[in-house]
Design a protein around this ligand. Sequence first.
Ligand SMILES: N[C@@H](CCC[C@H](N)C(=O)O)C(=O)O
Length: 290
Amino acid sequence: MSTRIAFLKGHGTENDFVIVPDPENVIDLPPAAVAVLCDRRAGIGGDGLLHVVRSAAHPEAKTMAPEAEWFMDYRNGDGSIAEMCGNGVRVFARYLQRAGHAAEGDLAIATRGGVKTVHIAKDGDVTVGMGKALLPEGDVTVSVGERSWPARNVNMGNPHAVAFVDDLSHAGDLLSPPPFSPAAAYPDGVNVEFVIDRGPGHVALRVHERGAGETRSCGTGACAVVVAAARRDGADPTATGTPATYTVDVPGGTLVITERPDGEIEMTGPAVIVAEGEIDAEWLATATRA
Ligand SMILES: N[C@@H](CCC[C@H](N)C(=O)O)C(=O)O
């Protein structure tokens, strides 16, 4: 009988993930294996993969081990590595709670974007301290077909271009990454958010994610949108001293995000585990080679 690898499937506002618990970091997950697992027809299917590893057992996370026992080794659905995933870290926390590794309340999780503090509430929602945004200087333009828009460059640990548009349909089918310029703004690619207003402190977005395509939600993207919207609305908390809270509708649900006067950003939203099972290791090895 062939070896089995345990997995779970979860989502946060329908940004969905294959979860692979591997506390001692012994499972080989090259980019091709991640891409096969995230394939919606040939694999399990997901926008990304959450490799759950003890910080002490992962070379990229060892130094964070004294602060955070667990490391979210996040991979995009195409197998590429990303610095941070806002929906992923909530689902990661939900997994740790379900597995008995964490209780309700506060929990530190190591990510490539640093240690994040997560709060698992009784009511089921999870809040994550996303840290502060960086706002690299310089104009950015994003295009879809004949249309183009100025975009705000916001870094949430990972790169985002936020464009305010008149209609979300103007983003088109988002089957390929929207072109941007200048190329030097995002040497490693970018996540692009298209945003409309729905009322005061209320926006909606569609997103094209680097390494995943159009997804039903992006947590870091929603935070980037709030940072850009607050500055556009003259409500930059770091200038006014007043927190800015926005409701962000994404195709897969709703996130509530606050930026505080010290620039710290908090995001609250659902985190759901929908299934668990076993991967046939032989199949994975064969499919990865194919
Ligand atoms: N869906 C995520 C972001 C995942 C990483 C992103 N695709 C990148 O490459 O930066 C989120 O919820 O933040």
